[in-house]
Design a protein around this ligand. Structure first.
Ligand SMILES: [Zn+2]
Length: 258
């Protein structure tokens, strides 16, 4: 915060969790920042989460993505804010796979799967078909900006994925659905699987934090649970918790607690 006050930058680069933490604790709308570039974890591309960041910062939010092992910045969003273009085309080859079977999936519009990357021009220790553990959705439709590289949106980490009665569920997707209940909710959630492993029996326990000053009216938990079932085809048990009770992160958020 001191750095923003003293240096008056037009842009800042941080994790979405840290951007949200600052927006929650400081009034940034009058600050100098016009662009917030977020990277390092999913979140910046979720519409409700992004809207909250843009409102809190009074700035436009853009997302970028890279993987330390392959290249620190490989994908970046253009002014259309509609997914991250692959900026490293020709240097890195991108593929999609089914994370469970490892089978290759066609990279076509709306396809989703785990992102797999291969170095094309690296001379020392090139990596072949490196599994990023990022679950992404691809957009290949023409972008009004003119760039022709495919774009993608990170839906969540393969490591965080749960399978509830055969349905793949990403905690970040749960957060996105829950965030639409703002201003009643803070946007912070925690998924608490009752058994170890990926496969879970419904209902899946989810803690949802209320917004500051909001109390449980008795109907909100059911409404959230119903919306989650409609949107993600998963049965959940929603527990509402008071504002400030879920841990904030100044780096990356933990969305699953076992
Ligand atoms: Zn574009």
């Amino acid at each position: 915060m001191k750095a923003v006050e003293l240096l008056r930058p037009e842009a800042v680069v941080l994790t979405p969790s840290y951007a949200a933490y600052l927006a929650e604790n400081f009034d940034l709308r009058e600050a100098s920042v016009e662009r917030v570039l977020v990277a390092g974890e999913p979140g910046g591309g979720e519409p409700a989460f992004r809207a909250k960041l843009e409102d809190g910062w009074g700035a436009r939010v853009f997302e970028a993505m890279g993987i330390g092992d392959i290249g620190v910045s490989l994908f970046g969003e253009c002014e259309e804010q509609d997914g991250m273009h692959l900026g490293a085309r020709g240097f890195v080859h991108a593929e999609l796979i089914d994370p469970e079977t490892g089978d290759a999936l066609p990279v076509e519009d709306a396809a989703s799967g785990e992102l797999v990357l291969t170095h094309l021009q690296h001379r020392a220790a090139p990596l072949l078909r490196f599994r990023t553990r990022d679950h992404v959705q691809v957009r290949t439709s023409p972008c009004p900006c003119g760039r022709t590289a495919p774009r993608l949106r990170c839906i969540g980490r393969t490591d965080d994925m749960l399978i509830v009665r055969g349905v793949n569920v990403f905690p970040s997707a749960i957060r996105e659905v829950v965030s639409a209940f703002a201003p009643d909710v803070s946007g912070h959630i925690l998924v608490k699987p009752e058994t170890p492993g990926v496969k879970q029996e419904p209902p899946l326990p989810v803690s949802v934090e209320l917004a500051r000053g909001v109390t449980d009216d008795g109907a909100l938990a059911d409404a959230i649970s119903e919306r989650l079932r409609d949107a993600l085809v998963v049965r959940t048990r929603v527990e509402l918790v008071p504002w400030g009770s879920l841990r904030r992160s100044e780096y990356k958020s933990t969305l699953v607690e076992r």
